[in-house]
Design a protein around this ligand. Structure first.
Ligand code: IPM
Ligand code: MN
Length: 342
């Protein structure tokens, strides 16, 4: 693989003689904000629109309030490009010291789920009101927005995936307490399901799902859930398969009308910033998702294979019990990556 040495840059990454990528690097993020007062260029969205995919590094800094760094970049990109599907794999690998999980009695392959998180509306719609500010009856409303189009399309995506992979589908909601949004969600899940009689389905309340992620993770294959529930459950999912250092996500606009975005689901870990010890494997895992999405599944699988080889050790970052630096892990991965032979 050719390597990019200058940032910002515009260069080519070559996987082998048949596959090469053109890529540009944008310096947008919190450092950029501290210099310019903006998280991205004014025409940043327009600039990104021309790309097939966006590969995003972790963003955030203690000196920049979250609502600025997130609504100015990450959430803005998800929204502007209608990346309504968030695909988050939760897969247990064999590590240097056995399987990498705090759970007992699970082995490699016992946890292998794909969480499909609704990524465009729900609790993240940004809708609500702040009333009577500073008054004794001050009241805030945070509205969850569940449109029929938005709910149907994510549920349909999950059914299609479950069908294509011959997997079961679990919907996670909370219809017993959220008497509008989640009753509606459950209804749509059932309705759309009539078109997929071949897909085995389960429906769980989110609190019970959280418990079962820990007690019976093998029961889950494809999971579909709302934006906030998916956010919370995928951190739990990361915890049971090795931590945030291995947790990746794809923000997809499946119709490819706009670019999709691939990222680690963790933050920028400001506590260890600049020390070169962050685990790069989550970011690399999201490259595998990007390769799948770009129509190169054999390469996507090769990257996962290389991650599996690396996690067996000994070249690991400190969060995985090793002493290696970020770039040593990256170099090791590049060394063990085997090109597919198609
Ligand atoms: C994630 C993150 C974001 C989210 C934050 C940073 C807004 O936690 O991608 O899971 O909640 O979606
Ligand atoms: Mn999250």
């Amino acid at each position: 693989m050719t390597r990019c040495s200058s940032a910002p840059c515009s260069c080519i990454a070559k996987l082998d003689d048949s596959v090469a990528f053109d890529f540009d690097d944008f310096p947008w993020g919190c450092e950029y904000y501290l210099r310019t007062g903006k998280m991205m260029a004014d025409d940043g969205i327009e600039q990104l629109r021309a790309f097939d995919a966006i590969y995003r590094g972790a963003v955030g800094a203690p000196s920049v309030p979250d609502h600025i760094s997130l609504w100015g970049l990450l959430l803005k990109i998800r929204k502007e490009f209608d990346e309504y599907v968030n695909v988050r794999p939760v897969k247990l690998l064999e590590g240097a010291h056995g399987v990498i999980t705090p759970l007992k009695n699970v082995g490699r392959g016992d946890i292998d789920m794909t969480v499909i998180r609704e990524n465009s509306e729900g609790e993240y719609a940004g809708a609500g009101a702040w009333l009577y500010k500073g008054k004794p009856h001050e009241t805030v409303l945070q509205t969850g927005v569940f449109s029929r189009v938005g709910t149907e399309r994510i549920i349909r995506y999950a059914y299609d995936l479950a069908r294509a992979q011959g997997k079961t589908l679990t919907s996670v909601s909370k219809g017993n307490a959220l008497n509008y949004s989640m009753v509606f969600w459950d209804g749509v899940f059932e309705e759309v399901g009539r078109e997929y009689p071949d897909v085995e389905t389960h429906s769980l309340l989110v609190d019970a799902a959280a418990m079962n992620f820990v007690m019976h993770p093998a029961r889950f294959q494809v999971v579909v859930t709302s934006n906030l529930f998916g956010d919370i459950l995928t951190d739990l999912g990361a915890a049971i398969v090795g931590g945030m250092g291995l947790a990746a996500g794809a923000n997809l606009n499946p119709e490819k009308k706009y670019p999709s975005m691939f990222e680690p689901i963790h933050g920028s870990a400001p506590d260890i910033a600049g020390r070169g010890i962050a685990n790069p494997l989550a970011s690399i895992w999201s490259v595998s998702q990007m390769l799948d999405f770009l129509g190169l599944p054999a390469w996507g699988a090769a990257v996962i294979q290389a991650i599996e080889t690396v996690v067996r050790g000994p070249v690991l970052t400190v969060d995985m019990g090793g002493t290696a630096s970020t770039s040593e892990v990256g170099d090791e991965l590049a060394r063990v990556l085997v090109a597919p032979n198609d």
